[in-house]
Design a protein around this ligand. Sequence first.
Ligand SMILES: Nc1ncnc2c1ncn2[C@@H]1O[C@H](COP(=O)(O)OP(=O)(O)O)[C@@H](O)[C@H]1O
Ligand SMILES: Cc1ncc(COP(=O)(O)OP(=O)(O)O)c(N)n1
Length: 271
Amino acid sequence: MKHVLTIAGSDTCGGAGIQADLKTFSAQGTYGMSVITAVTVQNTQGVFGCQDIDPEIIQGQIDAIFTDIEVSAVKIGMVSQIATIHAIADKLEQYQPKNIVLDPVMISKSGFDLMQPEAKEALISRLIPLAYVITPNLPEAEVITGMKINDLASMEQAARMIYEMGAKNVLIKGGHLENDATDLLFDGEKIVTLQSDRIQTKNTHGTGCTLSSCIAANLAKGKTVEEAVRTAKEYITTAIAHALDIGKGVGPTNHFYELYTKAGIWDEIKD
Ligand SMILES: Nc1ncnc2c1ncn2[C@@H]1O[C@H](COP(=O)(O)OP(=O)(O)O)[C@@H](O)[C@H]1O
Ligand SMILES: Cc1ncc(COP(=O)(O)OP(=O)(O)O)c(N)n1
């Protein structure tokens, strides 16, 4: 079994962040490990606070993993401070793991700053060049590139700009498009679009975390970038289509729907 590491923030209610990543790694048949960068106070209704973890403790967590266990892929999620970014980048440059998937998390759906705006330059200069795949949503790609993005043509232009910043593969997510939810992948040579109709649901908490950790798990299993992204797109589409109506706000995606259905236990456990 391949071992996959997430470096990200904790989401109390389990729909996004570290918790979503570990569920996804398990659902994809990989062994999940975590380095926690921040602890958020969060539920389906919003993010209400955040405590950043001391950069030395972040580096200690990374050392604990890399000095002991082989790592086949790394997903990076919430990194809120400049010091957090430098601490992580220094350690990844030291250990040089393959298959780094960077989800440049910036603002939660509820509008909370998960990355401090002044950390943008450090993200661009230290983490983007280390990324084998980067997965910005439209608002994140707009912050990184400084351009307006609202259709496939502007998604392609943004992907090309982010590629020039050093990421080897750029996946611009279309969850924030007006009509369908089509994503666009650029590998430096060709553009691939991954079409999907928009699923009408309010329960989309953790979609970006789930997608990026699924890509990391499938790169770890030896898939190509295009194969890993296609697998992740199918996985997130099913997870959204069967999302869980938990809490009073935006419910989480359903990480295990396909596994539970195949095991014949979904009808028994769903309520
Ligand atoms: N309502 C939806 N129906 C179908 N796919 C969606 C929907 N919302 C998001 N997605 C897909 O979920 C993935 C995550 O995208 P997005 O929600 O934009 O990320 P983020 O959580 O970072 O904002 C993408 O593949 C996107 O196309
Ligand atoms: C701790 C933590 N990390 C990341 C996010 C963002 O999750 P994402 O899947 O991008 O989208 P929303 O859940 O914010 O809709 C988060 N909320 N918490």
